[in-house]
Design a binder for this molecule. Structure first.
Ligand code: PGA
Length: 242
């Protein structure tokens, strides 16, 4: 894995934006693999700015998102569909019909997972996949485990993830306990992967990813097998690697 250590969140967002800019400019009909959470918010704001400045065109771009809570309605302001609309899609000229988030309202979760994986395949895989990292090393909602499920699947969230995400909800009891998520093998279908991390709360996960033996107990470490992964982390997130 290539590692870029930057000063802070803003620099992390700027470096990630530059990489996204190159992918979109070089291939106007690219497929973006997108993530939600606090980490990529700055990068999305920068992409919106570039669009408004006339420097990026999303009209031919498609996207697939990593994950979605389950069950959840797209109108729920904590759903990842809502996040993507409000942070990015509503502000750029992407065709929303070409944006794909796992269906949090599906009556059949397994069928929704298969449909998401089929979409990834029909699009020919992602040109770039953006990832945050959980405090426990999860990517998407692939939680630490002994045997990861390879492709898009339903996942039971761990206590650590529920606690980390409680900040977005009125009470911890409101945090959904399940999610639909791409699997590690789905993520590996991307031709390029960037992992973003900022802050001391991510330092353990970054150390386990970069310095320790790959293990499904730290799902991000399983991406070592991919030939083009760049970790962009700030000094705080990198602090245990020195
Ligand atoms: P965060 O979440 O960006 O809100 O820290 C990342 C993750 O849990 O994958």
């Amino acid at each position: 894995m290539k590692v870029i250590v930057v000063k802070d969140y803003n620099e992390m967002s700027a470096v990630a934006t530059d990489i996204m800019y190159d992918v979109i400019s070089n291939k106007p009909d690219c497929v973006l693999g997108l993530a939600t959470g606090s980490t990529p918010e700055g990068m999305y704001a920068n992409l919106v700015d570039l669009y408004r400045a006339g420097k990026l065109d999303f009209s031919k771009v498609s996207s697939v998102n990593l994950d979605e809570y389950y069950p959840i309605s797209p109108d729920n302001d904590q759903s990842y569909r809502y996040f993507m609309n409000t942070h990015l899609f509503d502000h750029i000229n992407i065709d929303k019909a070409k944006t794909h988030v796992p269906d949090g309202m599906a009556t059949d979760a397994d069928a929704a997972c298969k449909a998401h994986e089929d979409t990834i395949d029909a699009l020919g895989g992602m040109d770039i996949q953006v990832l945050g990292i959980g405090q426990n090393g999860h990517i998407g909602f692939n939680e630490p485990c002994d045997e990861p499920v390879p492709f898009t699947h339903q996942e039971q969230l761990t206590e650590s993830t529920i606690k980390a995400n409680a900040r977005f909800f009125e009470s911890i009891d409101d945090v959904p306990t399940r999610a639909l998520t791409m699997g590690i093998q789905s993520i590996l279908k991307a031709r390029k992967i960037i992992i973003l991390a900022s802050g001391k709360s991510k330092a353990e996960a970054i150390k386990a990813t970069l310095k320790d033996e790959p293990t499904p107990r730290c799902p991000a470490s399983l991406l070592y097998a991919h030939p083009d992964v760049t970790v962009i982390c700030d000094e705080d997130a990198y602090s245990l690697c020195k």
